[in-house]
Ligand binder design. Structure first.
Ligand SMILES: NC(=O)c1ccc[n+]([C@@H]2O[C@H](COP(=O)([O-])OP(=O)(O)OC[C@H]3O[C@@H](n4cnc5c(N)ncnc54)[C@H](OP(=O)(O)O)[C@@H]3O)[C@@H](O)[C@H]2O)c1
Length: 337
């Protein structure tokens, strides 16, 4: 495993991160009819990740692990499960990122980036994760009603209190990122070391919008949904298979029913010619872009089984020639999702 510094910090993270938005699932449902997370299989996934040298885990206060969107009865479940799994590991051996900003309660301060909400949610995340601090605390979504300086100062106070070590953001506009970074300079506060953004063969928007900022401010980009939620695997070529994310994610199902996935078949052929799977090609492609884009990109791998993790980690051994990258991008550009 290769390790990279997260942005301009001294924190070393594995070149891929393990995600927890969706986790392995049981067929069994809870009293609300929601699928349960398979904790034993999640333990296996985390063990394989650690054994392979992945020290970086991403979560968020809102994640459930087997439900999207998440209702109020199920918020925080992924953090709780990670807390249960990670208690068996040496705390200092891993780097945990979690996020704040999304709605956690119906009352008026139940969401957002105010000092009140951030201080409440770090307490809750640490309780669920059974940790004394998180390594990286990310803004999950923008909050146009809170002054950015209030948010930045609250995050910096958490750093001073030792509850958070580094800060980052996700899903902010380029203008919002700039505003936070310029305030951090002006007030001599810790700015972001990472931005977490959707990035995959089908969705390359950040190359034009946020990657120039990553170069300017020396951010590591944590690339989420590297397989476009599973579309960049062979699984949806013949419909929606039982047990897949699209069976319970209406958003993903909608995307799939609207689009023609013919070009996915072509991508799958490119992968086959190389003797790898499409998911390996998709992850290897992201890693290959670091050179031409001039930044560190850490794909966040999400899996519903330990086999998927084993398969996806093998992407780290794949190297793509310039011609292979070009051909893959030409085919992928035909897919509009
Ligand atoms: N900041 C944000 O707003 C944000 C948003 C989204 C995600 N994230 C983070 O990024 C992580 C990754 O996102 P993601 O889960 O959407 O990633 P993804 O890689 O695009 O999709 C992962 C899903 O693809 C399927 N899959 C994975 N490997 C496969 C393989 N080898 N063969 C067939 N299918 C495979 C699995 O779904 P099945 O259940 O169908 O098997 C898996 O859950 C999340 O866990 C989360 O930590 C952050």
């Amino acid at each position: 495993m290769k390790y990279v510094n997260l942005g301009n910090s001294g924190l070393k993270v594995s070149q891929v991160c393990l995600g927890s938005w969706h986790l392995p699932r049981l067929k069994e449902r809870d009293e609300y009819g929601v699928l349960k997370v398979d904790v034993e299989e999640t333990k296996k996934v985390v063990k394989i990740a650690f054994d392979q040298g992945i020290n970086f885990i991403d979560t968020a206060n809102r994640y459930h692990g087997a439900m999207t969107p998440v209702d109020f009865n199920h918020l925080g479940n992924a953090e709780k499960i990670l807390g249960e799994v990670l208690k068996d590991y040496e705390r200092e051996s891993f780097v945990i990122a979690t996020k704040v900003g999304g709605q956690m309660a119906q009352w008026v301060n139940g969401q957002g980036l105010s000092r009140k909400h951030i201080f409440w949610q770090i307490r809750e995340s640490l309780r669920r994760l059974r940790l004394e601090y998180v390594d990286v605390y990310l803004i999950h979504v923008p909050d146009k009603e809170t002054p950015p300086l209030e948010t930045l100062m609250a995050l910096n106070d958490l750093v001073k209190m030792g509850k958070v070590h580094y800060v980052g953001s996700s899903n902010l506009s380029p203008e919002e990122i700039i505003s936070f970074m310029e305030l951090s300079k002006e007030y001599k506060l810790s700015g972001f070391v990472t931005i977490q953004e959707v990035y995959n063969l089908i969705n390359r928007t950040i190359e034009l919008t946020k990657i120039p900022l990553a170069r300017k401010y020396n951010f590591t980009v944590m690339a989420y949904s590297p397989l476009a939620q599973g579309i960049l695997s062979e699984k949806y070529l013949k419909g929606i298979p039982e047990g897949s994310r699209a069976t319970y994610s209406s958003g993903l199902r909608e995307t799939l029913t609207k689009r023609d996935l013919k070009a996915i078949e072509e991508l799958s052929e490119i992968a086959k010619e190389k003797g790898i799977s499409l998911s390996q090609l998709a992850i290897a492609w992201i890693l290959s872009k670091q050179k031409s884009l001039g930044i560190n990109i850490v794909p966040i791998i999400g899996v519903s089984s330990s086999q998927q993790l084993v398969e996806n980690i093998q992407a780290l051994d794949v190297s793509l020639s310039d011609d292979e990258i070009k051909r893959t991008e030409e085919v992928a550009s035909k897919i509009k999702l």
